[in-house]
Design a protein around this ligand. Structure first.
Ligand SMILES: [Zn+2]
Length: 157
């Protein structure tokens, strides 16, 4: 049993990547909030980023990166993804891959990481949190090192 993210009542309904909710009005509200959040991230400039990143800033930015990347992707690339790895076309899944790549290039002492082992690893690489806020230049540099940004790009992202 789960708790509805909207009203807090017990429910057994879970929308993948969105949350738990009662069927009906709560579900409708939760989906609307989810869509609104995605639209909000899409209207923000990608280089509009905080000076320092705490864990939740990193979560938000990687999702924003994923949503922007999917938005500007050519139809050809998108069709290829839909054929070969359709899960990646879901922004949260795309963001998960981005996080896994970028975390490899952040200073080890700044990130607390617990790697999953065994079959759980198929679904989640583990958990992480920032020990202290990380400067945006370090985050951006990690994106470059992970090959997620091109050095030739004039703007930050
Ligand atoms: Zn509810």
């Amino acid at each position: 049993m789960f708790k509805c993210d909207v009203c807090g009542k017990d429910t057994d309904k879970v929308l993948l990547n969105i949350g738990a909710c009662c069927p009906g009005d709560c579900e409708k509200q939760l989906v609307e909030e989810y869509n609104l959040y995605h639209r909000e991230l899409l209207t923000e400039r990608l280089d509009d980023i905080p000076e320092t990143f705490e864990t939740h800033d990193f979560e938000r930015f990687t999702l924003k990166y994923a949503i922007h990347a999917l938005e500007v992707m050519s139809k050809k690339t998108r069709d290829k993804i839909e054929r070969n790895n359709p899960m990646i076309s879901i922004p949260e899944n795309f963001a998960l891959h981005v996080k896994e790549q970028v975390l490899n290039f952040l200073p080890a002492e700044a990130v607390h990481q617990v790697d999953s082992v065994g079959h759980v690893r198929m679904f989640s690489g583990g958990e992480y949190s920032f020990v202290k806020p990380i400067d945006k230049d370090i985050i951006i540099d990690a994106f470059y090192q992970a090959g997620l940004l091109e050095r030739s790009q004039k703007s930050v992202v």
